[in-house]
Design a protein around this ligand. Structure first.
Ligand code: ACO
Length: 341
């Protein structure tokens, strides 16, 4: 577990958010024609009605670039001023080079260091924590953190228990150094964790160095997401509450101080359960899973961008972000929304 609640200067501030979703919408009705499922089952068990899927010629870097460009426009930031670009993704364009270097190049972020991180659906919160550490240690002043995924490329479209859940998209935030920030402003802190003993509950069995794609006996399904849904559900409902509670306690805050819960959008029942346990009322919970699905590391910034666009977030609002995912990993972050004026 990593706790980062220090009061070092400069403070890191979250000053902008933007997202990009590919045009193609895949509805539950279409999924009914692909696997043995129903719109009713998907909506009742997951809360998803439709999701966006990347075009054949779009890779993760293309979605990330869309979100990054929108973020630079909305924050009136020059790409050349970025010191660091972090992309959280489980679906990089290539094993290497990093997707972040491709996006930095397309963006014109010529002064930025660039790297990918993979903590699966917790990746965005991990990325945010790393950006905060870089800014508050003085190693960077402007960091873009992107969560971007083309999960449609690693989904087994014959497996009804997973193909109805996952989707594509990208969300980006800007983290900036603030030399004047008051205590209680900016990024407040994080609670991150990992438990690799749950590695088999959610994984892609082959295609890595343990079992390369060219190994004997590797089937196409072995290169796709495989999940023990019920076990992951149980883990998710517990860890979201535990991680958020630990973080709030560490920060000396309670859920009454939270203006908006921005949870990982994996299943509306998981979100509802976590919100109820944390005693956060539904009007303070961002839920867009019905039209976005589970976009893994993109899910939290995409949900936040939508909440901002819809005017549901005011400057100074305290955001509680909570994610969990394969690994198993989890992460919660407390951050004030302080957009550029
Ligand atoms: N359509 C119709 N029936 C289905 C479907 C489907 N798409 N999928 C599964 N079923 C069936 C199952 O086969 C099972 O049938 P059976 O009782 O005859 O065996 C029945 O529905 C119930 O299956 P469960 O797995 O018990 O269904 P559950 O209510 O648990 O919902 C779900 C399944 C939605 C996958 C749920 O377990 C879940 O959301 N788990 C967490 C998933 C998650 O959060 N994953 C992402 C983590 S983030 C990351 O790192 C990528």
């Amino acid at each position: 577990m990593l706790a980062l609640t220090g009061r070092t200067r400069p403070r890191a501030r979250l000053t902008g958010v933007a997202s990009y979703l590919p045009e193609r919408v895949l509805t539950n009705a279409e999924l009914e024609t692909m696997v043995d499922t129903t719109d009713k089952w998907i909506r009742e068990r997951t809360g998803i009605s439709e999701r966006h899927i990347a075009a054949d010629d779009q890779a993760t870097s293309d979605l990330a670039l869309g979100a990054a460009q929108a973020l630079l426009r909305s924050t009136r930031t020059s790409a050349a001023d970025l010191d660091l670009l972090i992309i959280a993704t489980t679906t990089p364009d290539h094993i290497f080079p990093p997707t972040a270097t491709l996006v930095a190049d397309q963006l014109g972020a010529t002064s930025a260091a660039a790297l990918d991180i993979n903590a699966v659906c917790s990746g965005f919160v991990y990325g945010l924590a790393h950006a905060t550490g870089m800014v508050e240690s003085g190693l960077a002043r402007k960091v873009m953190v992107i969560g971007a995924e083309t999960l449609s490329r690693i989904v087994d479209w014959n497996d009804r228990s997973t193909c109805v859940l996952f989707a594509d998209g990208a969300g980006a935030v800007l983290i900036e150094a603030d030399d004047e920030g008051d205590p209680g402003s900016g990024v407040i802190g994080f609670e991150l964790g990992a438990d690799g003993s749950g590695k088999d509950l959610l994984c892609i069995p082959a295609g890595g160095s343990r079992r390369p794609a060219r190994s004997e006996g590797v089937e196409p399904a072995d290169l796709c997401i495989q999940m023990a849904g019920r076990e992951v559900f149980r883990f998710a409902t517990g860890i979201m509450v535990e991680s958020a509670t630990r973080l709030l306690q560490e920060a000396g805050l309670t859920t009454d101080d939270v203006d908006l819960l921005v949870p990982h959008q994996a299943n509306s029942r998981i979100i509802q359960h976590a919100a109820e346990k944390l005693e956060i009322p539904p009007e303070k919970v961002v839920t867009n899973i019905d039209h976005v699905g589970n976009t893994s590391s993109a899910s939290i910034p995409v949900a936040l961008a939508e909440a901002v666009e819809q005017g549901n977030v005011a400057p100074g609002d305290l955001l509680l972000m909570v994610g969990f995912g394969a690994g198993l990993t989890w992460g919660a972050g407390l951050v004030r929304w302080e957009p550029r004026t």
